[in-house]
Design a protein around this ligand. Structure first.
Ligand code: ZN
Length: 435
């Protein structure tokens, strides 16, 4: 059962946090201007020089108010706030259709790009479908009347909620401050290390390596859109091949932003065959991820550190499973079976248990990886939601406690290779339509 819905060629960047901070920044700037006339002159001069420089290089640049974030660990590479980037890629047919539903005419849409589409969509009320998925993902919204909510308001809700959810404790906060690690970057590092304590266990050198890659990746992205910043990269002697995703692979993957309850940065690259997290599909698949998490972990606050079909920079290929864990404990919790089936394979050295089951009507194999211990025997019958398969862990190819969960067609004890760009595993969200 291969779900292939066609190629996506859109590059999607986050626009959701078009910031109030920007305006606050302007107000603060004005105060300072009043305080010091000489400083005022200097600001005007610098600003003029900058504007001339940027305009000259990028005549096609569209209102990009690029904002830079502080860098961690004294890294001397610019760190871009991706949410302030206007994406000048063209719209696809689905987006054009959507805009005509909003009442836009073809002549008006001629000059519009993907960034314009995102801005318009943000101001529109949420669709009924999206409200339904939102209530499924966030039970606290069940009784909230969301009929007047704009998409922007919902995105803000998610951002605030995630900020609260992924807030480090005071001890961790002071450690990050002491080591000069920005909180935005700590959030990004969660994807790799799964907990703030794990991050703090790493040396500055190790963390610097990851963050430099991230900053360069963002710069390169900006450069693709706007043809600026290239000089910045070259002057640092940075090789073009060191990005999180190599240039040559970008045609096979699509960047998707606005991933709800994703444990870092809210965006990732997805293999074009997935179609799982694009636009209106995003809410559905994210709610499916939550359903699977709940079926395995029970009622804990979920965290997803890698979704199915993302580009795995450590493996250099498509990620064949879903990486998940609880947000703040418990430590190495018991994991329940998601299907009725039979245990067909156990490998304790990598913490792997494989279950044969047929939730979609024919044999498929369900994989649990990295477990610290297993609780089942070969040929044992297991029951969905009842049998404990084992306890979460970090065995095998893993940098921190989490579960790598994957589904394969037929009876097999091995999953697809993560190191190539073919996505051979099954779409776990469609196999397991858990409600
Ligand atoms: Zn994984």
């Amino acid at each position: 059962m291969k779900i292939f819905l066609g190629m996506i060629d859109l590059i999607i960047l986050s626009e959701y946090r078009v910031k109030n901070n920007l305006f606050l920044g302007v107000i603060e700037m004005k105060k300072r201007i009043v305080r010091s006339i000489s400083r005022y002159m200097l600001i005007i001069m610098v600003f003029t020089i900058l504007s001339i420089g940027i305009t000259a290089k990028t005549s096609h640049l569209k209102n990009n108010n690029i904002k830079y974030l502080n860098t961690s660990l004294g890294i001397d590479i610019k760190n871009i706030d991706m949410s302030t980037i206007h994406d000048i890629n063209p719209m696809d047919t689905k987006q054009i259709q959507q805009l005509s539903l909003y009442g836009y005419r073809a002549s008006q849409m001629e000059k519009m790009d993907y960034g314009d589409y995102k801005k318009i969509k943000a101001k529109q009320n949420m669709s009924e479908k999206r409200i339904k998925y939102a209530k499924n993902i966030y039970p606290e919204l069940t009784d909230v009347n969301m009929s007047e909510w704009t998409n922007e308001k919902y995105e803000q809700y998610i951002t605030t909620r995630n900020d609260e959810l992924f807030k480090p404790n005071n001890e961790q906060l002071s450690q990050f401050k002491k080591r000069q690690i920005e909180l935005d970057d700590a959030r990004y590092l969660l994807k790799i290390y799964h907990s703030y304590d794990n991050i703090l266990d790493q040396s500055d050198e190790t963390l610097r390596e990851h963050l430099e890659k991230l900053y360069i990746f963002k710069l390169k992205y900006l450069n693709d859109l706007n043809s600026i910043e290239l000089a910045n990269l070259n002057s640092k002697g940075i090789s073009m091949n060191s990005y999180a995703i190599p240039e040559s692979k970008k045609t096979k993957y699509t960047y998707v932003s606005g991933l709800e309850s994703y444990a870092y940065g809210n965006g990732d690259w997805f293999h074009n065959d997935t179609q799982t997290h694009i636009d209106d599909n995003a809410s559905f698949y994210m709610s499916q991820a939550h359903n699977i998490h709940r079926a395995i972990y029970g009622n804990v606050t979920p965290r997803f550190t890698n979704l199915w079909g993302t580009y795995s920079s450590s493996q250099g290929g498509a990620h064949e499973g879903i990486d998940m864990c609880p947000t703040d404990g418990p430590y190495q919790p018991p994991l329940k079976s998601v299907v009725n089936g039979t245990v067909i394979g156990i490998n304790t050295s990598v913490g792997k248990v494989v279950i044969k089951g047929a939730p979609a009507g024919y044999d498929q194999s369900f994989f649990y990886y990295h477990m610290s211990s297993d609780n089942v025997d070969e040929d044992e019958i297991v029951y969905s939601g009842i049998t404990t398969i084992g306890n979460e862990g970090s065995k095998g190819n893993s940098t921190g406690d989490h579960l790598h969960f994957a589904v394969e067609d037929g009876i097999t004890t091995s999953t697809g290779k993560e190191s190539d760009d073919r996505l051979t595993s099954e779409n776990p969200y469609l196999v397991l339509l858990i409600n």
